[in-house]
Design a protein around this ligand. Structure first.
Ligand SMILES: Cc1cc2nc3c(=O)[nH]c(=O)nc-3n(C[C@H](O)[C@H](O)[C@H](O)COP(=O)(O)O)c2cc1C
Ligand code: SF4
Length: 411
């Protein structure tokens, strides 16, 4: 193995990261009232202090209509001063600040997005659950502009980078996937047509990012179910993203309204998920979970660096910097991923478990391992409460402790 690149700087477009690590966009559910909070501030400053190269504020909608949780950000003028305090604090710790921008489309809900949810096409989404209306072309054009305006606001708020969410079955991905796009106009049909919305968004984003902000895109290597996008089409999508001149691509997979655990692998902790959901607000989901939970959210086997094999197929054909994400918990695996040609690695759960993971790797030898054992408690909890690892929660109910123990024992 060659000398480790992990603690060497990397130039991502116009910005330079102090090392090869990025805290991936992992929804914090800490933006109570859709605004930044002290909890959000504390978490991202702790990860920055913990040595990360760049931290990503997750899942920010470009407009009100794209919001799927009460604790989710939507970019607007009034939150810029609070965001600026956050990016200043991140910078003071030596890290760069990124923010994931997107629109939840058919994963929104009437109560969170302030009206009728919209998507690539009209229909019903059992996972929200909601009916949605297909976007008109004039609305698509407005939405594209909203991405550009959001980038401008991110610059004013001090962000160094924006990550466009084009995967996981959110709006751009809903246009890309034949499962959710049944349009008969120039935005539907062929893959080239289905990529039109993404191309428009990326063109707008690149114009607004000018030459001082980095732009990365999170995209799928496959949707993860029959009828969704398969790897060859996703490779075409990644090449199209590269052509748009972005500075890096994050390779992920999965579709929240059909194959959610493809994103994170392992099992969804159904007891945890149901335990925290408010019975009056989510009665339909609580009832559904008991009856068909495991069928609706099937388990996907977890292994360390579970996306490495497909990601290597992309590495062979894409020239722009590639950012590996998925199942990273050890120094040895990070070194292996970097050695195989990925420029950067993103991590979510390792940094939920231990915000100081990066510094601890620096201070230890190459056998250092993070303590996350992928119970996925944090995922089940995040749907209702602020993101937290189970070891930071006092007085966990016995049934949830048992669910965690059983999940950890299976790995
Ligand atoms: C609690 C939690 C919330 C997540 N929220 C998001 C999100 O908002 N946007 C996103 O693109 N991915 C999200 N993810 C997926 C992660 O960014 C990452 O792709 C995935 O967890 C695999 O990385 P890991 O094995 O290092 O956790 C989330 C993951 C977790 C654990
Ligand atoms: S709750 Fe479980 S999966 Fe989540 S970070 Fe903690 S140990 Fe890892």
């Amino acid at each position: 193995m060659s000398e480790s690149k992990l603690f060497t700087p990397f130039k991502l477009g116009p910005i330079t990261l102090r090392n090869r690590t990025i805290r991936s966009a992992a929804f914090e559910n800490m933006c109570y009232g859709n605004k930044p909070s002290q909890d959000l501030f504390n978490y991202h400053t702790s990860v920055s202090k913990g040595g990360i190269g760049m931290t990503t504020i997750a899942y920010c909608a470009v407009n009100r209509n794209g919001v799927s949780f009460d604790g989710q950000l939507w970019m607007r003028e009034e939150i810029i001063p609070e965001l600026k305090k956050l990016t200043d604090a991140i910078h003071a710790e030596g890290a760069k600040a990124s923010i994931q921008l997107g629109h939840c489309g058919n994963m929104t809900h009437y109560y969170t997005c302030g009206g009728m949810p919209v998507g690539a096409s009209s229909g019903f989404n059992l996972y929200s659950p909601t009916i949605m209306r297909g976007l008109k072309v004039s609305e698509i054009n407005d939405l594209v502009k909203d991405f550009g305006k959001a980038v401008d606001m991110c610059r004013t708020a001090g962000f160094d980078c924006v990550e466009i969410h084009a995967g996981h079955g959110y709006l751009i991905s809903q246009f890309l996937s034949p499962y959710t796009n049944h349009r008969k106009d120039e935005y539907g049909g062929s893959l080239d047509n289905r990529m039109r919305f993404m191309r428009q968004v990326l063109k707008e984003v690149m114009q607004h990012a000018k030459n001082d902000m980095a732009v990365i895109v999170k995209t799928n290597m496959y949707d993860g179910f029959k009828g969704g996008l398969e790897l060859p089409d996703c490779l075409t999508v990644a090449k199209e993203i590269e052509k748009c001149g972005v500075h890096g691509i994050v390779l992920s997979a999965g579709f929240v309204s059909k194959a959610p655990m493809q994103v994170m692998c392992g099992a969804m902790p159904l007891k945890t998920l149901g335990h925290y959901m408010s019975p009056w607000k989510f009665w339909w989901l609580k009832a559904g979970l008991k009856v068909v939970g495991r069928k609706m959210i099937p388990t996907v086997p977890f292994k360390e660096a579970y996306f490495l094999e497909p990601a290597l197929k992309f590495r062979a054909e894409i020239k722009c910097p590639l950012i590996y994400v998925g199942g990273i918990v050890s120094r040895a695996k990070i070194d292996e991923v970097l050695d195989k040609g990925f420029e950067l690695v993103q991590m979510a759960r390792a940094l939920v478990h231990d915000p100081e993971f990066v510094n601890k790797m620096k201070e230890s030898d190459s056998s250092y391992r993070n303590g996350c054992k992928h119970s996925n408690y944090c995922i089940g909890r995040m749907y209702t409460l602020e993101m937290k690892c189970h070891h930071c929660v006092e007085n966990l109910p016995k049934s949830l402790e048992k669910e965690i123990e059983e999940a950890e024992a299976k790995l």
